[in-house]
Every structure is written in C-alpha cells, then in structure tokens.
Ligand binder design. Structure first.
Ligand code: ATP
Length: 266
C-alpha cells in the first residue's frame, strides 16, 4: 500500500542542467539544496532553515522550472499550486485547501510547495475586506509559522509583482528570501535555445548564436515556443531538419503575437 501511495507523489526528474542561464540564481539555490539534504548539520548549529522563498520577475522566465529543478536535485516531493485556485466564492474553502496541502507535504517531507501567482492570495490587505482571500492568506501564514524545523518543507512563492505583496508575508520566518528572475541576456538566450533544440534535427546552416541576437527582450517561454513552432513548420514543409526559414517564420510569429498582446494592453 505504501508503494502505491508513493507512486502518486510527484517527484520531478528536472535538474538544474535543464534550466539554462540564471547562473547567479542557481548559485543562491545551492545553499538551499544543502539545507534540504543535510538539515541536521544546520539544526546542530542552531541555524534555522529558511521556510519561504519568493521568485519574482516577468512571466515565462523559468520560475516554475527552477522550483521543479530544486525538487529534482534534492529528491523532494513537489506540490504545485496556484494562488488563484485557492480563492473561491465560499469563505473558508481556500483556507481548507491550504491546510490540506501542508498536511500532505508534511507526510512526504522533504517537500517543496510551489505557489504560483501568490499575489492572488498574498496581495496587500485593503480596507475593503475580502474575507475569503484574507482567511486563505491567514491560513498560509499559520501553516508557515507552524511547521517544525525537523520537517523539511520549503515553500516557494512566485509572482510577477513583488510590490503588491502584503508585508506580513515578507516577514522573517516567512517569505524572507527574495530572488529576482529576469529575462535572459544574450548568452542565456543562446543557452535556452540550445536546451530547446537539443533533441530536434537542426540544419547545420542554422546559427543559434545569431538567433539569440535577434530575440532580445524575449523570455525563456518565448524561446521554447519559437523552437517548437519551427519544428512544427519543418514538418509542414516536409523538411528532414529545421532550417533557417522555419526559425525566421517562428520568430516573426512569436513577436507578432507579442505586439498584438501589447496593442490590447495599450
Ligand atoms: P509564469 O510567471 O508565467 O508562471 P514562469 O517564470 O514560471 O512563468 P516557466 O513556467 O518556468 O516560467 O517557463 C515556461 C517554459 O519556458 C518552461 O517550461 C521552459 O520550457 C521555458 N523556459 C523558461 N525559462 C527557461 C530557462 N531558463 N531554461 C530553459 N527553459 C526555460
């Protein structure tokens, strides 16, 4: 029965190698890996292991991927959730979901709980009260204050808007480590394109470095999208490998999509 239960636990196979660029961020996370792998070393020294880490920055830059890689590197159980899924119409439902999430994570520790869009529950409280959201946030704070140091649980929250978050969430002992994850620079874009073309047949005339130069301002998610679009186009064009024509068209398509989206926002 235990075996069967274990099969249901999500243990990602993603490793830091699958995350391109972000060298400084990875460096910072090596410390967290050591905490998770050797907690007693820190307990003996009277050191507290961080409970909460915030990843903040623009969308599609690898926040989810990094959280999965952190679980993969430490053989931790991974519990993904999204802030928006906690906030329901009925008061108390979100709080109950938070409680049950932590219960499961405690049973399978070491665990990593990943809460995407944490601003959906963690935004600053306003005078206009929202009982459901406030109760959900309170429950999250209670859970984070409550787990013992022998239980290795790290909560990673992700947001595009650090400035929106309630101070209570950022206090020591809660989400007190903030890590910025930004859009990739030239070298990182090249590395991301390499990761996403690794298992695809690429025509030798395609110069990945040149593609990286032409994709300034795009995120890792956009670059992964370009590699995939190019592969689909190559199939459509009956090619045996992805050529520069397919990459050109894929880049145009992704950039055009972005411009349309910006036009709507403006
Ligand atoms: P959001 O803020 O929208 O939730 P995110 O920062 O969590 O986005 P991810 O979901 O991690 O972004 O990234 C989306 C996809 O983009 C990944 O599954 C991966 O394919 C690709 N990607 C993004 N960043 C990287 C990276 N640094 N290395 C490799 N692939 C990346």
């Amino acid at each position: 029965r235990d075996d069967k239960q274990n099969k249901n636990i999500n243990k990602p196979s993603i490793r830091f190698n699958d995350v391109a660029g972000l060298d400084e961020v990875k460096e910072e996370l090596f410390e967290i890996i050591d905490f998770i792998k050797h907690p007693t070393k820190y307990h003996k020294m009277g050191a507290k292991i961080p409970k909460g880490i915030l990843f903040y920055g623009p969308p599609g830059t690898g926040k989810t991927l990094l959280a999965q890689a952190l679980a993969g590197e430490t053989d931790s159980s991974f519990f993904p959730a999204s802030g928006s899924e906690f906030v329901e119409k009925y008061v108390g439902v979100g709080a109950k979901r938070v409680r049950s999430l932590f219960e499961k994570a405690k049973k399978t520790s070491p665990s990593i709980i990943f809460i995407d869009e944490i601003d959906a529950i963690g935004a600053k409280r306003t005078s206009e009260s929202n009982n459901e959201k406030d109760q959900t946030l309170n429950q999250l704070l209670i859970e984070m204050d409550g787990f013992h140091s022998e239980q290795t649980i790290i909560v990673i929250g992700a947001t595009n808007r650090l400035d929106l978050l309630d101070e209570a969430l950022l206090r020591p002992g809660r989400f007190d480590r903030h890590i910025f994850i930004g859009n990739p620079d030239l070298r990182a874009r090249e590395e991301i394109l390499m990761v996403h073309t690794k298992n695809k047949p690429i025509d030798p005339s395609v110069n990945i470095k040149e593609l990286a130069q032409r994709t300034h301002g795009l995120s890792g998610a956009h670059l992964s999208n370009i590699a995939n679009e190019a592969a689909i186009l190559a199939v459509r064009n009956n090619k045996s490998a992805i050529g520069i024509d397919e990459f050109n068209e894929a880049i145009e398509k992704v950039i055009a999509g972005l411009q349309r989206k910006n036009a709507v926002i403006l």
